[in-house]
Structure formats: C-alpha cells, structure tokens
Design a protein around this ligand. Sequence first.
Ligand code: NAP
Ligand code: HSE
Length: 429
Amino acid sequence: MSAPLRLGIAGLGTVGTGVVKIVQKHVDLLAARSGRPIAITAVSARDRMKNRDADLSGYAWETDAMALATRGDVDVYVELIGGESGIARDSIEAALRAGKDVVTANKALLAVHGQELAALAESLGRVIRFEAAVAGGIPVIKTMTESLAGNGINRVMGVMNGTCNYILTRMESAGLPYETVFEEARQLGYLEADPTLDVGGIDASHKLAILSSIAFGTKVDFNGVEIEGIERVSIDDIRRAADMGYKIKLLGVAQMTARGLEQRMSPCLVPADSPLGQLQGGTNMVVVEGDSVGQIVLRGAGAGEGPTASAVMSDIVEVARGVRLPVFGQPASTLRDAQPARTAVPAAYYMRMELQDKPGALAKVAAVLGDSGISIDRMRQYGHADDDRVPVLIVTHKTTPDAIDHAIEALPRTGVLTGEPVELRIEEV
Ligand code: NAP
Ligand code: HSE
C-alpha cells in the first residue's frame, strides 16, 4: 500500500472533531477505499486545554494555524475554522503556496474569495475541495461537478439553511410566532454566533453563489445574490399560505437568463405537496435541473457533526485517490464574469392585506392590480371579528417582479388598507 496521506486539521469545533472521530473509527475502511492509509499528523485550535470529546493525544499541536498549514509532514490542510477572511483565508493561501492540497467546509470564504483562491490553487497545481460547504452532508458539489458534467444546467435551487427551515416549519406545526421560535432556535444552539447569517439569508446565499458558479461556469458572485431573509414571515402568512395549498420556504434560486445571471434568496411559496414543500425541520434540499437528466432532487442533513464531517471525509478520500479536478468544475481562468441580473422571470404571487370593511374597498384594490398589469387568479376574503378590518388574500396569475413592486407601492394610496400589504413569490418547483 502507498504512503499515508497526512492531514493537518485546523479547527476542532463541531466539524473538526467530527472529522477526527471518523479518521479514528474507520482506519481500515478509509485505507481500503483510498488505496492508502489516511493519518492525522497535527491539529490546531485556539485553546489547547478545551475538552474536545476526541482523543488528540497522538497528534502534534499547533496553536498557530499558519504553522500547521506549512508543516513539512502535512499533505492536506483541512481548514475547519470558518470566517470569510482572516486566518482561514491566510492559512489556506499559505498551505497552497507550501504545496498542500486543501479541504474546507468554509462557504463564506469560498463565496467571497473563491475565484482568487481557485486561481491560486490551479496556478500552483493544487486542489481545493469543499463538499461540506454547501448543504452539509448532501453530496451536491460532487453531483454537479462530476455526475452532471454532461448537462447544461437550466436552474438550481433549494433550501440550504437548516436553521431557517426549522424556524418556518416549527412556526407552522406549533402555531408560534417568529420571535418565539427564533428564541427557541437560539436555546437549542441552532443559530450561528451572528444569527443574521441564518435568518438574514446570508449563509444560504453563500451556498447558492457557490452552486451558481459550478452550474453556469461563472465566477462566484455572492454580491450578485438578491437576498431577503425570513424575518418578515409571519404566522399569519404561514397559515394563509397553507389554506391556499402552499408552504413558505427560504428558497434560493439561480438561473441564467438572456439578461444575465439571476440569483435570489427569499421566502417563497412552494406547493405543499412538492418535495420542497414537504421538507421538515433542519433538513436541506437541493434541486438541479439539467438539460439531459431533467430534474434531480437531493435531500439530507445540511449541518451537524456527523453529516458535515462525512462530506469533509469524502473530499479527503478523493484527494487520497489522486482525483484532481478544477475547483469549480472547470479551470478558474475559463469562468466568465457573472453579469448579475435582477429577477425578471415572471411568477405567480401571493398577496395578503387587510382592508377597511366598506363598500368599494375591494374594487379599489382590484383597480390597482389591473393598472399594474396584474391579473387575479384566486382571491379569498376571510371572516372578521368586531373590528372593521377584513383580511384578504390574493393569488395572482404570473406577473413580473416590477409589476408587483408597482402594485405594492400604489396600494396604500387607495386609502382602504389598514396596514402594509405583504407579497411573496410563488416558485414553480
Ligand atoms: P466551530 O464549532 O465554531 O469551531 C471552530 C474551530 O476553529 C474551534 O475549534 C476554534 O478553536 C477554531 N479556531 C478559531 N479560530 C482559530 C484560529 N485562529 N486558529 C486555529 N483555530 C481556530 O465551527 P464549526 O461549526 O465546526 O464550523 C467549521 C467550518 O465548517 C465553518 O466554516 C462552518 O461554516 C463550516 N460548516 C459548519 C457546519 C456545521 O454544521 N457546524 C456545516 C457546514 C459547514 P477553539 O475550539 O479553541 O475555540
Ligand atoms: N447555519 C447553517 C444552517 C449551518 O443552519 O444550515 C450549516 O451550514
């Protein structure tokens, strides 16, 4: 058998500890599948005294990740620290320059600096692999770069933040408001240290930007993602959407159009009986549409020690096998500028508003929609209590985001609304 592949693991938190455990548990299995042993040489984290729930006694310790990244007895630098710059980026660059291959789970770093890192790695003849960076344990990077290599990709979409999906499905099942479930998620430890990364849609957008690059052969363009988080999703909307046969999901969608690359991350309605509509709790789902394969659906755990470490290990085994692929599926020098385009693809929309209960109110709303070029598909007026506010729900025929913006701006001027109207896109899935 060949010489061992020697790992330096930087970051011994949830994911790093999980990787150490798999390497220790599956010594023989990994060697058999890789054609060579896989061995950890050295590890790094900030606090050497912390209890790690893993036996680290056989490994050298580096308090400085830069030192780990450049050690002579490390072949693969496994970056599991996190963060879009700082030590994660510096140590990866140092490792590449020192002749190491790199495995990382760091979606923030790749979404923001992926192009420069890919160019650097490829110019040095090194690989960077990142299966764990998108949708945790789901093998979506390998699927897109390898299994779907013969397809033009029409659209890629999915639920890629488990915390948001937990919050939305829990709001529905328990009938609880957003603020209560957000606090519950915090207590359960589901939220990132900066919760805006989750509920603000940023973490999921990092992942979408990475998938877009692979799907469309463009430079990863996180700044081109139109992002809206789940903060404004109310329990009322979740209930009303359910009445109309829909679920609300934080959905990422990327597609190449004649106008450019559309990437959007926003709360959307999807049919309740679709695979995306049925997705519960912290689970992730990625849907890819290829011109030959049609639609494929990948579903699984998007986070957590075991699933994420499983994805990191798949990359390590591929390096051990000698698999060497361009970082984003084609050489970085051939990736085109993304040319971001605001979403223009028409869709049906859900609109919810409260009207004053007086003659002509509904007619005024219908007139605004008509003036905006929006046709109504379905409408429901709900019964109301003693006050004179009437909840009204409208599902439109397909229309453009510009037409919806026009209507949302004009509706308050009718003088018949009692609050802000809500609109959510209904995505065809
Ligand atoms: P974590 O639990 O916060 O662990 C981070 C680790 O990095 C800690 O061990 C920490 O050391 C170490 N660290 C921080 N600064 C360091 C430095 N300057 N030098 C060396 N080590 C340093 O994070 P995680 O959840 O394992 O996530 C790691 C990466 O995986 C991130 O990029 C994350 O986005 C990604 N990811 C995570 C998940 C998940 O489910 N957790 C899923 C997909 C992707 P101390 O322990 O001493 O503080
Ligand atoms: N905060 C992320 C999530 C972790 O909830 O999906 C995995 O990337």
